[in-house]
Design a protein around this ligand. Structure first.
Ligand SMILES: [Zn+2]
Length: 94
């Protein structure tokens, strides 16, 4: 009986991993189509304990610039008076 429960757990977990993988695929397709017109400040964790300050797209969360890449990390504060969100405008150096 316990063995059977473990098997159904295995199946359920594999289904969920597949769902995560499918969702990531959809996200990457959406991000490719996005024009990243507005950005916001954010944090990005690429492995546990390793965080970077980043500028990401307001709409799709694509990381546009990272503090790990200081040469391209130039940030100027937006002139718009948006109290709720801390949006910034990137000045690209590319
Ligand atoms: Zn975007």
């Amino acid at each position: 009986m316990i063995e059977e429960d473990n098997e159904s757990t295995r199946i359920e977990i594999d289904k969920l991993y597949q769902a995560i993988s499918d969702a990531q695929e959809v996200i990457s397709i959406i991000r490719e189509k996005c024009t990243h017109d507005k950005t916001k400040k954010g944090k990005y964790m690429w492995r546990p304990g390793a965080m970077a300050d980043v500028i990401m797209c307001k709409y799709c969360d694509e990381v546009i610039k990272s503090s790990n890449d200081p040469e391209n990390f130039v940030v100027t504060t937006s002139t718009s008076n948006n109290d709720e969100d801390d949006y910034v405008v990137c000045s690209t150096t590319e």
